[in-house]
Design a binder for this molecule. Structure first.
Ligand SMILES: Cc1cc2nc3c(=O)[nH]c(=O)nc-3n(C[C@H](O)[C@H](O)[C@H](O)COP(=O)(O)OP(=O)(O)OC[C@H]3O[C@@H](n4cnc5c(N)ncnc54)[C@H](O)[C@@H]3O)c2cc1C
Length: 383
């Protein structure tokens, strides 16, 4: 019994973890040379730079639960600085919890299932408890998963096609190879999964490509503390719609979580609109005005995500449910990830694990228990 997970972002790694726990043979195919997808942490000169997510909603239990299973429970850290400000174009003013996410157009889990009647209240609820992260940055989680899953992960092996066979599925892999599978979890961005499903003949699969992935540019800038002339309040600011500038928001990374910069240094992370010019210079120029910075950054690191955070159109949950219903008529095949069940990292972990459980159910395997005659690799290790 072989299950193939396509995509080794946080969703795919979580799905693979759930599948291995049930004792099935798993192969993970990832088109890039590195695992983790959008979750990426760089460590540099005692700084810790996040390329993608920098934390998860503390109200969600999925990541702490997974971290516990991986022995990472003691690596979780709480948000230190709380609260956000808004840059009006003239000054920074405090704003209510939830308003920052709203100004940035971030859709919280509540947004996927229902159009909120009271947007402010809906946004505020999951945000009240703040965010959490890992002492070594968010990549600690996918790195630990990849280390535990080991050689079942095959990087630089993208899936180019999928076709039904008598036994299950045949996956075409870049370079001309193919792989047979009894069950498949597609943990891919929506546009990529939609293309593969349409080729299999899933009715209205192309509609899943309705998800809009907004481009995102972040610039992390390192300074000495003495270059900051004012006292910073909260964990960052967002720009008001009426204020001009390329910087949409800025996180005071070294205040938000401990261990992001060595003592005596500061790390800022700006989120920019796609604009002409060097994002780091643009960010420094604007942040110098807003935060009263002197001199120039010690160094900067820019990340470009051509397709960053997904945004769902009305009816998204119904379209996903319909696609899954169609998939239920085929050999075990499921979709998971930010393009389907929620953009946040907690939702991705949950989505990956639930897709794995559905696939196991279709194979007649009870999640968490090895199939008859087989021993879970983790039990072998323990035993
Ligand atoms: C700048 C930024 C900041 C964010 N901040 C936060 C935050 O603070 N908190 C939060 O909760 N969320 C945040 N998010 C959202 C969150 O990080 C992502 O939604 C989530 O990590 C997506 O995980 P995924 O595994 O579903 O997708 P991905 O990470 O996109 O993984 C998909 C994987 O599939 C691979 N792949 C693609 N095509 C193929 C193929 N044909 N064959 C094989 N492999 C393939 C890709 O290379 C990739 O590794 C942020 C996102 C961005 C862009």
């Amino acid at each position: 019994m072989t299950c193939v997970v396509v995509g080794a972002g946080l969703t795919g790694l979580s799905a693979a973890w759930e599948l291995t726990r049930a004792g099935t043979a798993v192969v993970v195919l990832e088109s890039e040379r590195r695992t983790g997808g959008v979750v990426l942490t760089e460590r540099r000169d005692g700084f810790l730079v996040e390329g993608g997510p920098d934390g998860f909603l503390a109200a969600d239990g999925d990541i702490p639960a997974l971290a516990g299973e991986l022995g990472l429970g003691d690596r979780l850290v709480d948000q230190a600085a709380r609260g956000s400000m808004v840059w009006t174009g003239r000054r920074l003013e405090p704003i209510a919890e939830g308003r920052a996410a709203e100004l940035l157009g971030i859709q919280l889990p509540t947004d996927i299932r229902a159009v909120p009647t009271d947007v402010g209240a809906q946004h505020a609820a999951p945000l009240q408890s703040g965010f959490r992260s890992f002492a070594g940055g968010m990549a600690e989680l996918p790195e630990a998963l990849a280390a535990r899953l080991g050689p079942i992960i095959r990087t630089a092996q993208g899936v180019t096609g999928i076709a039904p066979t008598a036994r299950g599925w045949r996956l075409a892999v870049t370079g001309g190879a193919s792989l047979e599978a009894d069950a498949v979890v597609l943990a891919l961005p929506a546009w990529s999964a939609a293309r593969l499903l349409a080729a299999v003949g899933v009715a209205r699969a192309r509609e899943l490509d309705d998800v809009v992935y907004a481009p995102s540019v972040t610039a992390s800038l390192a300074y000495r503390r003495d270059q900051l002339n004012g006292r910073l309040e909260g964990s960052g600011f967002v720009r008001a719609a009426e204020a001009l500038g390329a910087v949409r928001a800025c996180t005071y990374a070294w205040l938000k979580y401990a261990g992001r910069a060595p003592s005596g240094y500061a790390l800022l992370r700006a989120f920019l609109e796609p604009a002409d010019g060097d994002p780091a210079s643009l960010a420094h120029g604007e942040l110098a005005t807003v935060l009263g910075l002197s001199g120039t950054p010690l160094w900067s690191r820019v990340f470009h995500w051509q397709r960053g955070l997904p945004r769902y159109k009305p009816g998204h949950a119904e379209r996903v449910a319909h696609a899954r219903e169609q998939l239920g008529r085929l050999a075990p095949l499921d979709v998971a990830g930010a393009g389907f069940d929620g953009a946040g990292v907690s939702a991705c972990v949950r989505s990956g694990r639930e897709a794995a459980k559905r696939v196991l159910g279709r194979l007649g395997i009870h999640p968490g228990a090895p199939p008859r005659g087989q021993t879970s690799p983790w039990e072998t290790l323990r035993g």
